[in-house]
Each structure stands twice: as structure tokens, then as C-alpha cells.
Design a protein around this ligand. Structure first.
Ligand SMILES: [Ca+2]
Ligand SMILES: [Ca+2]
Length: 344
């Protein structure tokens, strides 16, 4: 394509842009004929520019995290991710993948985008790792008698009295199938689970039956004199969340309508700052209680157990999956986010 007005022995291009790159030739003509020059290639180097910045994220311990950046530039830029200003070895693509993050992974992440024409540093993306998740049993095992804790706490549970096939298809990955007779998972009584302040308990359950008595999804409670927190089904077709206001007194909201043979997400939230207790079914507030709710809760001396009371009895008949304990009161939106999260 002819360049308008470019009819002398020199071609001057001022303030070149990337669009000026290409192959240039000149055609030299007189009355005896014409000749075309060799190709002259103009390469325009464009310094990198970031069009999409990496975004800050807040995740729970154990999550997988991706940071990504989109940048222009010619030639194609290279990437170097940094944490707290220090290069991350091997992190040289336009995405940074962190798997099974721990609180030690929290911090400020940036990426430096470079080519021969220059270099640019992204905005800082802050990774916040929620340390309030103090117990998380994904129940994704396929064999054995240990239920791993994916929280920072690392309090693996021990299966007791299971027989036959008990690691089964769950809501997310695998789940544990409780026989309703004597199956339970005992976690122990570590200091971090000896909670007296805010707590959120959450789990997926898919029940085969409910007896006309209490069945504990997760519990730190025993009989009178040793009460403790508990997420459970009760007689009269109720989902319930209890805490102990003293060693013999339980308090908490219930909501009727326990569905069998389907996955249901159940969460109990105790917020002593109000104080209030709430129970959510499938992410929807089912009931809340303020009457009689203490400003701190009694901590039993019992172990934490899944699928039954830690002492004995109150055994769930059905599947339990993705059991979590947070040492804070999750908001409704956070309960919904927990319900909708897919385990890494
Ligand atoms: Ca059994
Ligand atoms: Ca699972």
C-alpha cells in the first residue's frame, strides 16, 4: 500500500506506534523503468502495560488460590510473581497458583511484567487467609479410620465402630456414612476447640432416618453436668443448634422440617456480642434466638465428636460431609458462601 506523500529518498516516521510495525519497501521509477527495493522490517517494541490487575482474595485455610494478570506489550512480556517483594521461585507465568493455602501464605502479592522495552509492577493483591476456621473435616478419605482436619489446627478425627463400606460418595467428594447405632468420629479436646466465645458449626448431612431422640451431627456435649455445644436433629422433626449456658443448661434455636435422603446444609451461629444464636438451613435463616442466650458459653470437658455425642449415643443414621468449626460468628452471606464453596 502506497504511503501518501512518501516520494523522496528517505521515509521519516515520527512518534511511531505499534501500528507502524511492518515491512517497508520503496519503488524507484524513471522513464526507463522501475525497480523495487528489498524489504525493510520495522519492529516496534511496546513496553508492557497491565490491563487486568491481580485481585485481592480472602479464603479459608486449605483453599486453592489463583492470582492472574493480563498485560499487553511487544514482544510478549515475561512475568515474575513476588510475595512481600521477594521473588517466588518458578512463578513466571501470567497466573500464580497456590494450593492448600495456610495462614503463612497470607500477604501481599505482586507481579513484575517485563520485556525489552520496559517493565511494570502490578498493584498489590492481598491474600487474607481466614484463621478462624479451627476445624475442617472434608471427609474425602477413601479408606482407613482417620478423618483429616484441613484447618490449620490439624486435629484429625478417629473413626470408631465403623464397619462395611463407610467412605461413600458425598456432597463434595466423599463423605462418611454413619450407621445410626454406634459409629462416631472422635476428634479430642484440644485447647483451640475449648470455645467459650463466638462459634459457627456447619455441615452437610444426608439422613437415612431420624429417631424420636437427639442425633448429633457435631457435638462437644454430654448429659446434665457436662453440657456443651451441639448441632443436631431432635425429636419432632427438628434441626437444632445448642450451646450450654452452664454445665446443665442448654439453649438454642430449632427449626422443624428435617428432610431425609437429600443433602441439607446446616449451620449454627453463636454471636455473643448481641447475644444471639441462629440456625441456617441450606443457607437460609431458619430460626434465631436471643432469649436466654448467654454472653459466653460453658465449655464442657468432653471431646469433640462427629456423628454422635463424644460420650456415647445420639448416633446419626446417614451421611455427613464437610464439617466445619469457626471460632467466630459467620454472617448470613458467609454461611451461604460456605455452603456454596466447592472444596479444593
Ligand atoms: Ca458400627
Ligand atoms: Ca467431602
Amino acid at each position: 500500500m502506497n504511503i501518501s506523500g512518501a516520494t523522496s529518498t528517505t521515509l521519516n516516521l515520527t512518534s511511531v506506534q505499534a501500528s507502524d510495525a511492518g515491512t517497508y519497501i520503496v519503488v524507484v521509477t524513471n522513464s526507463a523503468g522501475s525497480v523495487t527495493s528489498d524489504n525493510a522490517t520495522l519492529t516496534v517494541n511496546v513496553p508492557p502495560a497491565i490491563t487486568t490487575q491481580p485481585a485481592s482474595q480472602t479464603v479459608s485455610v486449605g483453599a486453592n488460590v489463583n492470582f492472574s494478570v493480563v498485560a499487553t506489550g511487544s514482544p510478549a512480556p515475561t512475568y515474575q510473581w513476588k510475595k512481600g517483594g521477594t521473588n517466588i521461585t518458578g512463578a513466571t507465568s501470567d497466573t500464580l497458583n497456590l494450593t492448600n493455602v495456610q495462614t503463612s501464605d497470607a500477604g501481599n502479592y505482586t507481579v513484575v511484567v517485563t520485556n525489552v522495552a520496559g517493565s511494570v509492577t502490578s498493584n498489590t493483591a492481598v491474600l487474607t487467609v481466614d484463621a478462624s476456621l479451627v476445624g475442617w473435616w472434608k471427609l474425602d478419605e477413601t479408606s482407613g479410620t482417620t478423618a483429616a482436619d484441613s484447618s490449620d489446627s490439624g486435629f484429625d478425627g478417629t473413626l470408631q465402630n465403623f464397619s462395611g463400606t463407610y467412605w461413600v460418595a458425598g456432597h463434595t467428594g466423599n463423605a462418611l456414612d454413619f450407621d445410626g447405632s454406634n459409629d462416631r468420629v472422635v476428634v479430642g479436646n484440644p485447647t483451640v476447640l475449648q470455645l467459650t466465645g463466638a462459634v459457627t458449626l456447619a455441615a452437610w448431612v444426608n439422613l437415612d432416618s431420624i429417631a424420636d431422640s437427639s442425633r448429633s451431627i457435631i457435638s462437644k456435649g454430654g448429659g446434665s453436668g457436662a453440657r456443651g455445644w451441639e448441632l443436631l436433629t431432635e425429636s419432632n422433626n427438628k434441626w437444632s443448634f445448642w450451646i450450654a449456658s452452664n454445665s446443665s443448661t442448654l439453649v438454642g434455636p430449632s427449626v422443624t422440617g428435617v428432610s431425609l435422603g437429600t443433602w441439607v446444609h446446616v449451620a449454627g451461629v453463636y454471636d455473643p456480642s448481641v447475644p444471639v444464636m441462629r440456625i441456617y438451613i441450606n443457607g437460609v435463616l431458619g430460626a434465631e434466638q436471643t432469649t436466654g442466650v448467654p454472653t459466653s458459653m460453658y465449655n464442657s470437658a468432653h471431646d469433640v465428636a462427629i456423628g454422635a455425642r463424644p460420650t456415647s449415643g445420639n448416633n446419626v443414621n446417614g451421611r455427613i460431609d464437610d464439617v466445619r468449626i469457626y471460632k467466630r460468628a459467620l454472617s448470613a452471606a458467609e454461611v451461604s458462601a460456605v455452603m456454596n464453596s466447592t472444596n479444593p
